[in-house]
Design a binder for this molecule. Structure first.
Ligand SMILES: C[S@@+](CC[C@H](N)C(=O)[O-])C[C@H]1O[C@@H](n2cnc3c(N)ncnc32)[C@H](O)[C@@H]1O
Length: 233
């Protein structure tokens, strides 16, 4: 029974990845009307996202408007803490934090990167954006999650954007079973990327790692930009 559910989910993901070209269009998941607010609108009208949606601070990095708008929407409606794996300069971190604040919540965005200089840069960028609800830490992502499990941490949203190979993504997906609350969401960046389907490219296996690692109560919702979204029941 379990195997059948997982096989069906894998087939649905495979079919979606085969039929879409990145960036896949943005469609609302939770919001009743779009844009949600001015910050969301600023992301949706950008050609490429290179600035924070509300403070307009420029942050190195680039996201599709479709990815960024989905992150904004999920964080805007997230009442629990938010987890991000793969901080870099903090562009997605600040989008998540500004959106959550705009939604009226005061959740903390925990972001993790293995490279100390990125943690430091993201902290500076969050400060420039006037954001206080970010905790940026330097660690390997899976090791950080193991500590989080021991510390009984729980999250309402996770954005996975660190390593893109099958084993690393699967290791994270398996740990989310413990860390994500019922009703939460997880979104994987670079889920829709041709490199995932090239058996010779061992650096990529995002959708496969997510499909094999997530527990059966994570339902595949869809793809926005290049990011794949799952909801936990
Ligand atoms: C694509 S970048 C993240 C971009 C960022 N989310 C954004 O949108 O602005 C990936 C980051 O993951 C970090 N990374 C790679 N492997 C990691 C690991 N095992 N644990 C934690 N971070 C890792 C890299 O140092 C890099 O900064």
């Amino acid at each position: 029974m379990m195997d059948t559910m997982r096989t069906m989910r894998r087939r649905a993901i495979h079919d979606a990845c085969s039929s879409l070209i990145s960036p896949a269009p943005y469609k609302s998941t939770i919001a009743k009307s779009v844009p949600i607010d001015a910050g969301h609108a600023s992301l949706l009208r950008a050609e490429k996202v290179t600035h924070a949606p509300i403070s307009n601070v420029a942050i190195s990095g680039v996201l599709w408007p479709e990815d960024a708008a989905k992150l904004y929407e999920l964080a805007y409606f997230c009442r629990d803490d938010i987890l991000e794996l793969g901080t870099k300069f903090g562009l997605s971190t600040v989008i998540l934090a500004e959106a959550n604040r705009a939604g009226g919540y005061a959740s903390t965005v925990y972001t993790v990167d293995i490279v100390p200089k990125y943690t430091a840069a993201a902290k500076r960028n969050a400060e420039s954006a006037g954001i206080a609800n970010v905790v940026a830490e330097t660690s390997d992502a899976a090791a950080w999650l193991d500590n989080g499990i021991s510390a009984n941490r729980r999250f309402g949203l996770a954005f996975v954007d660190h390593a893109h190979d099958y084993e690393n993504v699967k290791a994270i997906a398996e740990r989310l079973d413990t860390l994500l609350l019922p009703g939460s969401y997880v979104i994987f960046h670079d889920f829709l990327d041709r490199r995932n389907d090239d058996p010779a490219d061992t650096d990529y296996g995002v959708w496969q790692g997510a499909a094999d690692g997530l527990a059966d109560d994570f339902t595949f919702i869809g793809i926005y930009g290049c990011a794949g979204l799952f909801a936990r029941s």
